[in-house]
Every structure is written in structure tokens, then in C-alpha cells.
Write a protein that binds this ligand. Structure first.
Ligand code: DX5
Ligand code: ZN
Length: 215
């Protein structure tokens, strides 16, 4: 059974407490941190994340789409986040960052942009708690799913069968089953959970139903 990690990127920030309460049946809460440099969009910082982690019993993960992630790890760890996910495209020192994340008491994840090959993980995979395969180019919610990345999910699951494989971007009831069949075990879902007029709890239940028999 795949775990579901809603991203609050497209939630209603004016009603954030209520929005978070509506995803209580999820498994994780996914926080998309963007700095306007690594990706062109800009979202939120550690104080915002701290407010979120204080408002939910769900474990939270920060997906750090930022330049110089090494400068920020401690701040997000202090915000009460359980898992920190960094991009190898943002640092020449992925191995060191993974050690630093663990030293901060967090789980360590690494995220691959669609254009980055799985081989970028070869030397760190044994130290990771999770590998995130981006199924859109990072920066915005609501983008179209890149089916080409199913191959990378399959490769990742075959190469690292004991590693949790997370997918992020365009995940919904249509793409979720394909991803789970390919080897994904954690599904990030943004706009399919927090879409206009949607009931997030119902959307999570529908995604669970759609993916429960996929592997
Ligand atoms: C994209 C973010 C995703 C995003 C997913 O840069 O990393 O987490 O919120 O949104 P959807 O599910 O709408 O593609
Ligand atoms: Zn994300």
C-alpha cells in the first residue's frame, strides 16, 4: 500500500489550519520550499513550516528546491520537519548533505529532476531514507505528468529495492496506479488533493482506492 503525502502548495493559505485538518487521513505532509533561484517560483520559509508542523500530527517532509541547501538544513530541522529532501542539482556535495541531515536527526531524501539520470544516486543511495523521482519539472503545482519518468521509477525500484521511492508531480487517480505498479511507495499529490472545490479527505480516499491494488 503506497503512502500518500499531500503537498499544501495549492492549498488556501488564508485558511491553512482548516486545510491541514482536512488531510488528517494522509500519511505525510509535503512542504514545497522554493527560493526563486533553483526554481523560478518562491514559496515559504522555516517559520511557515514550523507553524504547519505544530498544527498537525502528520510527519512532515520539506522538499528543498533551493540553491545552497546547506545553509538552510538546520533551520528546517528546527521547524519540526521529520524528513529533508535535497536535489543533487543544487549541490556538488550531496553526500555531505545527507550526512548533515542525519546529524540533525532527520531522515534524508534526494530528489531527481526529470533531466537528471538515476546514476546521480549511485554513490549515496545506501545512505538515503528515500529517493524522490520528480514527475514534473519542479516549480509549480498543476503541471502535466511526465510519463517518461515511469522508466526512471522502474529503474530506481530495480536498482534499490529496499529504498522508499517517492514520486512528485501530476499524481492523481490515473497516474498513481501506473507509478505504484512501477515501484513508487510514496505519492505526493498537490492539485489533485487541494483543487478548487475539492474535498481533500475524499480525494485522499479516492487516491488510496485507485492505488491499493496496483502492485
Ligand atoms: C512541484 C512540487 C510538487 C507540487 C505537486 O515543484 O514539488 O510537490 O506541489 O503538485 P501537483 O500534484 O499539482 O503536480
Ligand atoms: Zn514537492
Amino acid at each position: 500500500m503506497a503512502l500518500i503525502a499531500p503537498s499544501i502548495l495549492t492549498a488556501d493559505y488564508l485558511r491553512l489550519g482548516e486545510e491541514i485538518a482536512r488531510i488528517a487521513t494522509a500519511d505525510w505532509l509535503h512542504l514545497d520550499v522554493m527560493d526563486g533561484h533553483f526554481v523560478s517560483n518562491l514559496t515559504f520559509g522555516p517559520a511557515f513550516c514550523k507553524a504547519v508542523t505544530g498544527a498537525t500530527a502528520l510527519p512532515a517532509e520539506c522538499h528543498l528546491m533551493v540553491e545552497r541547501p546547506q545553509d538552510l538544513l538546520a533551520r528546517y530541522a528546527e521547524a519540526g520537519v521529520r524528513r529533508l529532501i535535497v536535489h543533487p542539482e543544487s549541490t556538488p556535495h550531496l553526500h555531505r548533505l545527507v550526512q548533515e541531515i542525519h546529524a540533525l536527526g532527520c531522515e534524508a531524501g534526494a530528489a531527481l529532476n526529470p533531466g537528471t539520470p538515476l546514476s546521480a544516486m549511485q554513490e549515496v543511495a545506501e545512505d538515503l531514507d528515500l529517493l524522490l523521482v520528480m514527475t514534473v519539472n519542479p516549480g509549480f503545482g498543476g503541471q502535466a505528468f511526465l510519463a517518461s519518468q515511469l522508466r526512471k521509477v522502474r529503474q530506481a525500484h530495480a536498482a534499490f529495492p529496499d529504498l522508499a521511492i517517492e514520486v512528485d508531480g501530476g499524481v492523481n487517480e490515473d497516474t498513481g496506479p501506473l507509478l505504484v505498479a512501477a515501484g513508487a511507495s510514496v505519492l505526493v499529490a498537490g492539485s489533485s488533493v487541494f483543487g478548487p472545490g475539492e474535498d481533500p479527505a475524499e480525494r485522499i480516499a479516492a487516491l488510496r482506492r485507485a492505488t491499493s491494488t496496483s502492485r
